[in-house]
Ligand binder design. Structure first.
Ligand SMILES: C[S@@+](CC[C@H](N)C(=O)[O-])C[C@H]1O[C@@H](n2cnc3c(N)ncnc32)[C@H](O)[C@@H]1O
Length: 313
C-alpha cells in the first residue's frame, strides 16, 4: 500500500466516529508498505498489510473471507479480468463499457474512490483524471490481481475455453496509465475507511444490488464525497436478489413500501434529496444505460444492461 494513503485512512469499525489509523511498518519497498499493520488507537483493532495489500474490511476474520464468496474463486477472477480488459487484449467480443463510463467522469484534483472495484479497470480509468484513485473491494483475490497489474504493469489472464481447457493471454498496461496514481485496498463498501468529504469523485458500478444494505452503501458514498465539488457515478442492472439482500433492503424492484418501483428512479430521487437521506443534495446531470459484458467461457457471455446516473454537487 502506498505510504501516502495512510493519512487518509480511518477505522471502519469505529464509524460513525472517524478515528485516524496509526501505521507500523515492517517492510517497505519503493514507497509501498509491503508488510505492516494499521492500528486503531480507539478500538485497538489491527488491520494487516500483507504482500502490499491492506485489509480494512471490518467484517473479515483473520483467516480471510469465507470460501462462499464467489468473487474469490479462480473462474470468477478470470471472468472479471476478461470483462475489464478484453478490449486491451484485442478480443473482438469485448465491450466498450468501461471507456463509456470513463467518458462520463470529469478531471479533478484530489482523491477518487471506486467502490467494488473488482480487478481495477475503472479505478485505472479514474486515475487518469485525478491525483489518486483508490479501488476498494472486499474480494482479496480481486484486489491482489489489481495490485499485481499496478505493480508489475502486466498480468497473465487465464481464459477458460471449455471445461478444463484454458488459454493464457498476457495483459500489459498502456504506458500512459500511471501506477503512482492508483491504489487498491480490501474494504467494505458499507463501511469505507475514509474521512467524510475526502473524495472529489466516486463510482459505484454494478455493486448496489450485490450488497446486503444498499441504502447504507449510498450513505457511505455520500459521507465520503465532498459536500461541494464532487461527482458521483452509479451504474447497475438492479438485479435485486434475496441472495444479496433481504427484500426489505432493496431500493427498487418492489411493488409496495418506501422504495417501490424502479431502482434507478429511486436512487435518483434519493440523490436529489427525496427523502433527505443523502445531504447535501445532488444535482442530476445525466442518466442512461451502458451494455456491459462478462465472459464465462469461449462460447458463453452474459450481456447486462447497466443503468447509470451521474450526479454532481
Ligand atoms: C458485479 S461486480 C462489479 C465490479 C466492478 N465494479 C465492475 O463494474 O466491473 C461486484 C463487485 O463488488 C464487490 N463487492 C461485493 N460486495 C462488496 C462490499 N460489501 N464491499 C466491497 N466490495 C464488494 C465484489 O467483490 C465484486 O468485485
Amino acid at each position: 500500500m502506498k505510504k501516502e494513503l495512510v493519512s487518509l485512512l480511518i477505522c471502519p469499525a469505529c464509524l460513525p466516529e472517524e478515528v485516524q489509523l496509526q501505521v507500523s511498518v515492517r517492510e517497505i519497498s519503493r514507497g509501498d508498505i509491503e508488510a505492516g499493520e494499521l492500528l486503531c488507537p480507539q478500538c485497538r483493532r489491527v488491520y494487516p498489510i500483507e504482500g502490499g495489500v491492506a485489509d480494512l474490511d471490518p467484517n473479515a476474520g483473520p483467516a480471510g473471507k469465507p470460501a462462499a464468496n464467489k468473487y474469490e474463486t479462480p473462474p470468477v477472477l478470470s471472468s472479471y479480468l476478461w470483462s475489464h480488459y478484453a478490449d486491451m487484449l484485442e478480443d473482438e467480443s469485448a465491450s466498450d463499457a468501461y471507456r463509456r463510463w470513463a467518458s462520463l467522469m470529469e478531471p479533478h484534483a484530489g482523491l477518487a474512490v471506486d467502490a467494488g472495484a473488482a480487478v481495477g479497470r475503472f479505478t485505472f480509468e479514474m486515475s487518469r483524471k485525478c491525483d489518486l484513485a483508490v479501488g476498494v473491494d472486499n474480494s482479496r483475490a480481486f484486489i491482489r490481481a489489481a495490485r499485481e497489474l499496478m505493480q508489475r504493469r502486466g498480468i497473465a489472464v487465464p481464459l477458460k475455453q471449455e471445461g478444463n481447457i484454458f488459454s493464457e493471454s498476457v495483459l500489459s498496461l498502456p504506458p500512459e496509465w500511471d501506477s503512482d496514481r492508483v491504489e487498491f485496498i480490501v474494504a467494505d463498501a458499507l463501511a469505507l475507511p475514509f474521512r467524510a468529504g475526502s473524495a472529489a469523485s466516486l463510482a459505484s458500478l454494478n455493486l448496489i444490488d450485490k450488497v446486503p444494505r444498499p441504502l447504507r452503501h449510498l450513505e457511505e458514498m455520500n459521507r465520503v464525497a465532498r459536500a461541494a465539488g464532487a461527482q458521483f457515478l452509479l451504474s447497475d442492472p438492479f438485479s435485486w436478489s434475496e441472495e444479496a439482500a433481504h427484500e426489505d433492503e432493496w431500493l427498487g424492484g418492489r411493488t409496495s413500501g418506501p422504495f417501490a418501483g424502479r431502482g434507478l428512479d429511486n436512487v435518483i430521487a434519493l440523490l436529489a434529496g427525496n427523502p433527505a437521506r443523502l445531504p447535501p443534495r445532488w444535482e442530476i446531470r445525466s442518466r442512461g444505460e451502458i451494455w456491459w459484458k462478462i465472459r464465462t467461457h469461449a462460447n458463453h457471455f452474459e450481456q447486462i444492461r447497466s443503468c447509470y446516473v451521474k450526479a454532481h454537487r
